[in-house]
Ligand binder design. Structure first.
Ligand code: NAD
Length: 330
């Protein structure tokens, strides 16, 4: 499916557009000649970083504002053709330590956003960033969209609730909304200050620093990783596919990898660092979901999407990026 003309001269808003996924998407939308606006609160510890859009700053309108600020959101949704709704508190661990912050951003913030669309822009098309975390521990793999959703942390529960809010507004108010349940994603422009989320990027930092990556248990659990360019492409395809609205779709890699093998690949790509196996800490064991392999057949059937970047080449590009721009992220 071709989307290249769909975004030309269209008004597009990216919430969370200074973060990892949002800023990579912003680059693609600028290439496609969309009029790109970004809103991001640049909250400490989250992934927002002005350097992420440094090279496209003349071609984007950046608003530093919070999803929970009703007046800003009301104004920003107006007149947009598409909204890539990506802003979120993204840490599983933090959601268990500070549940009210997660509820405030990931539930209340989403309702403020949807109410703004209902009042000021019912014609907009919304592409919501869902998560694999909505499923919880899997009863079968590869997981398809029919699998029950029983999240193991507050973040997963609130991301699931927000996806439901989107579909409710789709059914009741006719606001076009689709959700992509994103897999573990890695690549350039991710925050590298802590390992509370985006663990693969964090491992890349540890390796580049010549540090030790701690593998909990034996590391035999299977994981599915997507390179960020493939995820950005999926968002563009979802927005351009009328058949996607009102539905949720999994993303996945099609090539699951054992966690321990992933760590070895990171060390090889970085050319430095080492690993050690340690027992599971309780706060991680409580929210660990075990093997995760996604079936993305439903999305592939609708849009033709398939991930193009292999783990080896994605890791090489990511390492190269952070070696070059280390001081902007460390
Ligand atoms: N990266 C992954 O592996 C992954 C996996 C599954 C789902 N997701 C989802 O994808 C989305 C993007 O994740 P990411 O990895 O790019 O994270 P990120 O932290 O890099 O980006 C999120 C952005 O949202 C902004 N933000 C947070 N709260 C905000 C608020 N109240 N108002 C305005 N802006 C706010 C942050 O400043 C940040 O720039 C999130 O919705 C996340 O739940 C990501």
């Amino acid at each position: 499916m071709i989307h290249s003309e769909k975004y030309k001269n269209k008004n597009v808003l990216i919430t969370g557009g200074l973060g990892f996924l949002g800023s990579n998407l912003a680059h693609r939308l600028v290439e496609l000649d969309a009029n790109v606006a970004i809103m991001d609160a640049l909250l400490p510890l989250y992934g927002g970083n002005l350097f992420n859009v440094e090279d496209i700053k003349e071609k984007t309108a950046v608003n530093i504002s919070d999803l929970r600020d009703e007046a800003s959101v009301n104004h920003l949704v107006e007149g947009k053709d598409y909204i890539f709704h990506i802003a979120a508190q993204t840490s599983h661990v933090d959601s268990m330590i500070e549940p009210f912050t997660d509820i405030d951003i990931n539930c209340r913030g989403n309702m403020i956003f949807l109410e703004a669309c209902r009042k000021y822009n019912q014609k907009v098309k919304i592409i919501y960033a869902g998560t694999r975390g909505q499923y919880g521990r899997l009863e079968y793999t590869p997981v398809d969209e029919k699998h029950k959703m029983e999240p193991v942390d507050i973040y997963g529960v609130n991301k699931m609730a927000a996806e439901h809010y989107h579909f409710l507004y789709h059914r009741i108010h006719g606001i076009k909304a689709t959700s992509l349940r994103i897999n573990n994603t890695y690549g350039p422009r991710h925050q590298m200050k802590h390992g509370k989320y985006g663990i693969l990027n964090w491992f890349i930092r540890l390796a580049l620093d010549g540090g030790t990556i701690k593998v909990y248990g034996e590391g035999n659990q299977l994981r599915d990783y997507n390179y960020v360019d493939d995820v950005a492409e999926a968002f563009l395809l979802a927005g351009a596919s009328d058949g996607a609205y009102g539905q949720a779709f999994n993303l996945g890699s099609g090539t699951p990898v054992k966690f321990i093998d992933l760590v070895k690949k990171v060390l090889m790509a970085a050319g430095s660092g080492k690993y050690e196996k340690v027992p599971w800490p309780k706060e991680r064991a409580d929210i660990e979901v075990g093997d995760y392999i996604a079936d993305y057949g439903k999305f592939q059937e609708l849009t033709g999407w398939t991930p193009k970047v292999s783990l080896d080449s994605g890791l090489a590009s990511t390492v190269e990026y952070y070696k070059k721009y280390k001081e902007k992220y460390w």
